[in-house]
Design a protein around this ligand. Structure first.
Ligand SMILES: [Zn+2]
Length: 401
């Protein structure tokens, strides 16, 4: 059997030239170099990305915005907003980033068609997506990232909203009905939230530092109209760590996902909540990302994960490795052959119990050192979870405390 986890990548992604900017091509090079060093590419099925066509980008973005990006790039490059540079090649690279997500979706959805979970659609039949050996999950090692990109505006290093486009593509081309998007980037995915604010078929779940860039994602932002209750925001104070995130996933995400029953799950996989990230204030470790991935795997038959942020090259590449390790390994409790897999990391014991022994550390002192960021604190996570259950119990059932 060939590996069940796919990897989307192309050297073309390096051509989005941002100069001396935290979101630069060295990020992908560092990740790829660690994957090669650890000899794990053989455990992954390579997926060649295609370019999205302009009609597909219009699933989310306005024609005028698409034209604007194209013209800026054709003119040699410039800025979409003060921190989102584009170069002459960026427009084409951004089409390849979104298209890479589409290529990944084609492969993970083919498996479902094969195994009869879905009635084959004329589209999938026509395109021959009936491989008996296709994928459970895929990771898109792409850039530019996407989750801040709004319908009319690129921002926050993002040009086109790759994950939001992927959700629309899964619905429009593969006729999947319910899409779950899990966004664990340290920043709130304002673009993705905007795209599905009124839409009950796409559930957007975001856990992020708050207040922080871009300023959205407070607890009361829950969607509107038909979409009310289908946007779930977990705004967290700085220094939350593995245990806090696992607790939140178990208490909020898992019950909602179980009830929602997504046909496909996307991860907006930013790794800037890692404790060593220069742009985030959280305390996750790479092992934590592995555990969160296992939890997502527990309820998702098809996972398409897309790189968003992550700006410390070592932390980023180790976290991606742990994420892939969890995606590609056999689900816990099962036996027998399941294709190639690898297991680098012992998961350790992260049981999701926020500590309650220390009072909050919110030192703004100039004497505060990096190690302050690593200190586990009682940061009110339990209280936040309780509040969220209060707000969302109108829409979802949760376990009683
Ligand atoms: Zn981010």
């Amino acid at each position: 059997m060939s590996p069940k986890t796919g990897l989307v990548y192309s050297d073309e992604y390096l051509k989005h030239d941002t100069g001396n900017h935290p979101e630069n091509s060295k990020r992908l090079e560092a990740i790829l170099s660690l994957l090669k060093e650890k000899n794990v590419l053989k455990y992954l099925t390579f997926i060649n990305p295609r370019k999205a066509d302009l009609k597909e980008i219009e699933y989310i973005h306005s024609p005028s915005y698409i034209q604007e990006v194209r013209e800026i790039c054709q003119g040699g490059g410039g800025f979409l907003d003060s921190d989102t540079p584009v170069s002459s090649e960026s427009f084409e690279v951004a089409l390849l980033a979104a298209g890479g997500v589409f290529s990944a979706i084609d492969r993970v959805v083919a498996r479902k068609v094969t195994f009869g979970d879905h009635v084959p659609t004329p589209w999938s039949a026509r395109d021959g997506l009936y491989g008996v050996d296709d994928l459970d999950s895929a990771f898109c090692l792409i850039r530019p990232p996407g989750h801040h990109a709004l319908r009319e505006k690129g921002m926050g290093f993002c040009v086109f909203n790759n994950v939001a486009l992927g959700a629309k593509y899964a619905q429009n081309k593969h006729h999947l009905k319910k899409v779950l998007i899990i966004d664990w980037d340290v920043h709130h995915g304002n673009g993705t939230q905007e795209a599905f604010w009124h839409d009950p078929s796409v559930l957007y779940f975001s856990v992020h530092q708050y207040p922080h860039y871009p300023g959205t994602g407070n607890i009361k932002e829950i969607g509107e109209g038909e979409g009310e209750g289908y946007t779930v925001n977990l705004p967290l104070p700085p220094r939350c760590g593995d245990e806090d995130y696992v607790y939140i996933f178990k208490e909020i995400l898992l019950p909602i996902a179980k009830e929602f029953k997504p046909d496909i799950t996307f991860v907006s996989a930013g790794f800037d909540a890692h404790r060593d990230d220069p742009l985030g204030g959280m305390s996750l470790t790479f092992q934590g990302y592995g555990v969160l991935t296992s939890l997502v795997k527990g309820f998702s038959k098809s996972i398409v994960s897309c790189l968003e942020g992550g700006y410390n090259l070592k932390a980023l590449s180790e976290s991606v490795l742990a994420h892939l390790d969890s995606l590609a390994s056999r689900p816990e409790g099962t036996r027998g052959p399941r294709g190639k897999e690898f297991n680098f990391f012992s998961k350790g014991k992260i049981d999701g119990e926020p500590s309650k022994d220390v009072s909050p550390v919110r030192s703004k002192s100039p004497m505060a050192t990096a190690s302050d960021k690593y200190r586990r604190t009682s940061n009110g996570v339990k209280e936040i979870v309780k509040k969220i259950k209060g707000i969302h119990s109108n829409y979802w059932s949760f376990n009683e405390e």
